[in-house]
Write a protein that binds this ligand. Structure first.
Ligand code: TPP
Length: 330
């Protein structure tokens, strides 16, 4: 695949992005299977259809860069390196989970990889990312912070406040809107006045980029340019990555409000098999290589689910711990 501008990925990077995409895809399929089987009861917001966005973004980020994500954010976290065992144990509410089983799917965090917060409060990832970016700016660490959120969140006051402050202070932050065309059960047109969310950046005098979030080359280039800009001290960028949510808002939602033709068209253009076919057609990988990557991922997920299910549940007394600093209690 020929590179068209200096921000676009080379072949090795594309393969790296595919590895992440294949992991996200397999993990989402498994999560829904595990819930249906009754093995784990959890609230689950499928990101199916949105895999390319964090996979391409994470190929640009460093481990010490920050990300603040939302309830529909397991793809963001896995792409950035959330360990599978800790993830599944947390989903299953076990003591071996990343938050000792007390956070669950809505409060996943893993600071060693810069995965700082998962929030269920729509719009709140953005001010938090600003704070992290400000810290990096003050400490001159060269880190960037990413806030990822949905199209509906761009109508929340915190979005506007965060973009304004980040612009004024030239914070090293990337506002990444995953425009999956729905906010819960509300279509984009019914809830959002702007024709393009990216245009909202003009009101804050920062770059606003609209990109096909299902195209790994375009998505990588947009993320790469925004991260380079933030790291260079030139301030924030708003990226609107256009995609589609294949499933209902939350697992169990019958999704009858999604127009059938719209859903069928999006699924016929599924970005995961499309990317896979592109790698094969462009000679970047062979069928055997991709099959090996996918088999290895399935085995890792098998092991992580087994680890989670074999781990102990927290005990009632654990409720008293990790609430306040232990030395204050003592
Ligand atoms: C402040 C706040 N208002 C409302 C809700 C209820 N709520 C949960 S998800 C959601 C839709 C958000 O849609 P969007 O930002 O597009 O993200 P998506 O779920 O599509 O990824 C709403 C309104 C909430 N959790 N927080």
């Amino acid at each position: 695949m020929a590179a068209h501008n200096r921000f676009e990925p080379d072949d090795q990077t594309l393969l790296d992005i595919y590895r992440r995409v294949a992991l996200l895809h397999a993990n989402d399929e498994r999560a829904r299977k595990v819930i249906r089987s009754g093995q784990i009861a959890m609230v689950y917001y499928s990101y199916r259809g949105q895999e390319i966005i964090p996979a391409a973004l994470s190929a640009v980020l460093r481990d010490d860069d920050y990300i603040c994500t939302i309830y529909r954010g397991i793809h963001d976290m896995l792409a950035k390196g959330f360990p599978l065992d800790l993830l599944w144990a947390e989903l299953a509410g076990r003591t071996t989970g990343s938050c000792k089983g007390k956070g669950g799917p809505m409060h996943l965090t893993y600071p060693p990889k810069g995965i700082m917060v998962t929030t269920g409060v729509v719009g709140s990832s953005m001010p938090i990312a600003n704070g992290l970016a400000w810290g990096a700016q003050v400490a001159k660490t060269d880190q960037v912070a990413v806030a990822t959120f949905g199209d509906g969140a761009s109508n929340i006051g915190a979005f506007h406040e965060a973009l304004n402050l980040a612009a004024v202070w030239k914070l090293p932050v990337i506002f990444l809107c995953q425009n999956n065309q729905f906010a819960e059960h509300t279509t984009y047109a019914k809830g959002t006045s702007a024709l393009r969310i990216a245009d909202r950046a003009h009101g804050y005098n920062i770059p606003g980029v609209r990109v096909d979030g299902n195209d790994p080359v375009a998505m990588y280039a947009a993320a790469n340019e925004a991260v380079a800009r933030a790291r260079a001290g030139d301030g924030p960028t708003l990226i609107e990555a256009v995609t589609f949510r294949f499933m209902g808002h939350v697992f169990g939602d019958a999704d009858g409000y999604i127009p059938k033709d719209m859903k069928a068209a999006a699924m016929a253009d599924d970005p995961v098999p499309k990317f896979r076919a592109r790698l094969l057609a462009d000679g970047i990988a062979t069928e055997a290589q991709l099959a090996e990557i996918e088999a290895e991922i399935e085995a890792r997920i098998d092991a992580a689910v087994a680890f989670a299910l074999a781990s102990p549940l927290p005990q009632p007394d654990d409720l008293r711990h990790d609430v306040f600093a232990e030395e204050i209690l003592a």
